[in-house]
Design a protein around this ligand. Structure first.
Ligand code: UT7
Length: 322
């Protein structure tokens, strides 16, 4: 039986920072409203860097942290809803830019839960015996899909990328991963692709923006995140007291706070960096895990759960010992 572990992590955000006050030039809002309702103070925004660029820098940092030769990577999965092209995928362009010969590479889309889905796929592909070292990346330039006239959504999102090397291991460190979906037929959180084109009209495609029914998404998030953590604990015969910390998707500090209250876990065990980055979708979880490790919030030997929810609607959680 082969096992898996996190061999290294990395992250990268573009340099340009937009504070809540900066957003006042686009919409009627305030730092006070945004911070009290979401916990966000600022976000990073790309000024020309593509999703591939962000993914590349995060990947390089993860490879350094894992201290492996990049040519030992045989699987690359990128979770994103903001790929630079419909095809090729970010993963395949990343493979070329990293000059990793012949690795299997593909993108997946499960919105903000995408990184958990990527972890699960990589974990299972390694445990099944076919692969040794997976580079998985969550990378987004979500500000490209943002409607800068809509104060309900534009204050929430930021750009960034996080990466992880998952490797074959003698010990069972990535213990369990669960994911799930419940098709969003009520269109609570959506961004449409360009319409089908009528060749007789021959018009240029235009891209839609993010639309969200915030309160409904809030209710879904505060139900599904505690449930996912509880499901993981129960099926592994653990209780909340067996965890050293929880690294949740950074969508709204109030969602993190309510999830912690419902789980009965002390807030000091909940990692949070939303004030600096906003919601970076699929990049949120790997950026948070990388930062938790780099700041010593997460230490070698710690047992933690990382959990996310997102558009789709989707969710996922992983029980890991570092
Ligand atoms: O990764 C997935 C992502 N999505 C989420 O996680 C979103 C989950 N939902 C939320 O986080 C919250 O629902 C929001 C932060 C989006 C909104 O917070 P809320 O407490 O649910 O506010 P609300 O939508 O009920 O709006 C309250 C008021 C409204 O004004 P009126 O109708 O009471 O006069 C809004 O128009 O706040 C107004 N408002 C704003 N005011 C200033 C909405 N956005 C803003 C804004 N600045 N940016």
């Amino acid at each position: 039986m082969s096992f898996t572990k996190i061999a290294g992590t990395g992250s990268y955000v573009p340099q340009t920072v937009f504070t809540n006050d900066d957003l006042k030039q686009f919409v009627d809002t305030s730092d006070e409203w945004i911070f009290t309702r979401t916990g966000i103070r600022e976000r990073h925004m790309t000024q020309g860097e593509t999703t591939l660029d962000l993914a590349y820098h995060a990947a390089i940092n993860a490879i350094h942290s894992a201290q492996i030769d990049k040519n030992e990577i045989d699987l690359i999965i990128v979770a994103t809803v903001t790929a630079d092209y419909a095809f090729p995928g970010v993963s395949q362009l990343l493979q070329a830019q990293l000059e990793i010969e012949g690795a299997t590479a593909f993108d997946i889309n499960a919105a903000c839960s995408g990184f958990l889905y990527a972890m699960q796929i990589a974990d299972k592909m390694i445990k099944a015996g076919g692969f040794h070292n997976a580079l998985i990346v969550g990378a987004e330039t979500l500000t490209r899909l943002t409607d800068w006239r809509d104060r309900n959504t534009c204050v929430l999102f930021g750009d960034g990328a996080g990466a992880m090397i998952i490797s074959k291991s003698d010990t069972n460190q990535i213990t369990d991963i669960i994911t799930g979906a419940q098709g969003d037929t009520d269109l609570l959180l959506v961004c449409k692709n360009p319409d089908l084109k009528d060749p007789h009209v021959n018009a240029i495609s235009s891209q839609d923006h993010i639309h969200m029914k915030g309160q409904e998404v809030f209710k879904f998030a505060t139900r599904i995140m505690p449930k996912t953590v509880t499901d993981l604990l129960e099926r592994n015969h653990l209780t909340i007291n067996d965890l050293d910390c929880v690294v949740a998707h950074q969508a709204n500090q109030r969602i993190i706070d309510k999830s912690a209250r419902d789980l009965g876990i002390d807030m000091s065990k909940m990692f949070s960096n939303i004030h600096k980055y906003g919601n970076t979708s699929a990049a949120s979880v790997p950026i948070a895990i990388d930062e938790a490790i780099r700041t010593n919030f997460l230490k070698k030997g710690d047992r933690f759960i990382t959990v996310a929810f997102g558009g789709g609607l989707t969710w996922g959680g992983a029980l890991i010992t570092l």
